[in-house]
Design a protein around this ligand. Structure first.
Ligand code: HEC
Length: 210
């Protein structure tokens, strides 16, 4: 009886990290699809400066380039991607949007543990401390007009659905290509950040330049 338990536990502990990594891969894929859909919406709305629209197009192109890898890591197939790239090359946002929706239906983003239920003041303080220490240096400086500036995160949190912001937090806090570190935060810390951006004092930071 005891031996069986030991074997079962050994099998479980060998399996668990792999399963967790697989779940994380699926979550990253679903988050990336959510961010892509949000970027596509901004492109279609065309309400930002030409420079930023160019930045969004570049980011979407990059996302389409690495999508087959993400799909593979999440044990899914990448057959839909070539047609998406074609649509992108033709600037056919409608067709790209349709295909993206189909993929998102297959890989829905579950923001569950990332969005705070009813945050306590301790959560907000934790979010504030994290923000001050690790994000404010870049995100609270008035945005210079580059293709992809570090935007005001309070504004961002208010401008989009919660799930989309949670996906952007999950994927955005990953450094850029030059650093490429993985997200160093736990779900709880990300939820504290989200709570702070949703409820924190937006007037405490300078408004970004458009
Ligand atoms: C070294 C500067 C720097 C630091 C530090 C930094 N960011 Fe960023 N962040 C950027 C830049 C630049 C971008 C824009 C790049 C892009 O959108 O691809 C960005 C993008 C993002 C995005 C994604 C925006 C989107 O449109 O998807 C989120 C969310 C984000 N950062 C949150 C954070 C949070 C939260 C922290 C702190 C935990 C943080 N960042 C720390 C520079 C920084």
């Amino acid at each position: 009886m005891r031996a069986v338990l030991v074997i079962a536990l050994a099998a479980f502990s060998a399996f668990a990290p792999q399963a967790a990594a697989q779940d994380e891969n699926r979550r990253r894929l679903a988050g990336e699809l959510t961010v892509m859909a949000g970027d596509l919406r901004r492109l279609e709305a065309a309400a930002e400066s030409p420079l930023r629209l160019e930045g969004l197009r570049a980011r979407l192109a990059g996302a389409l380039a690495s999508l087959p890898l993400l799909l593979r890591q999440a044990a899914s197939d990448a057959t839909a991607v070539p047609a998406m790239r074609d649509a992108f090359a033709r600037h056919d946002w409608q067709s790209l949007g349709t295909r993206l929706r189909e993929l998102r239906d297959k890989h829905p983003f579950d923001a569950g543990s990332l969005v705070p239920g009813r945050p306590t003041s301790a959560w907000l303080r934790a979010g504030e401390a994290l923000h001050r220490q690790t994000c404010a240096g870049c995100h609270d400086a008035p945005a210079v007009d580059t293709q992809l500036p570090a935007l005001n995160l309070f504004e961002q949190a208010r401008q989009m659905p919660r799930e989309e912001f949670a996906a952007r937090l999950l994927l955005g806090v990953r450094g850029d290509r030059s650093t490429a570190y993985r997200n160093p935060f736990s779900d709880l810390e990300l939820a504290a950040l989200q709570a702070y951006y949703e409820q924190g004092r937006a007037d405490a930071v300078p408004a970004p330049q458009r």
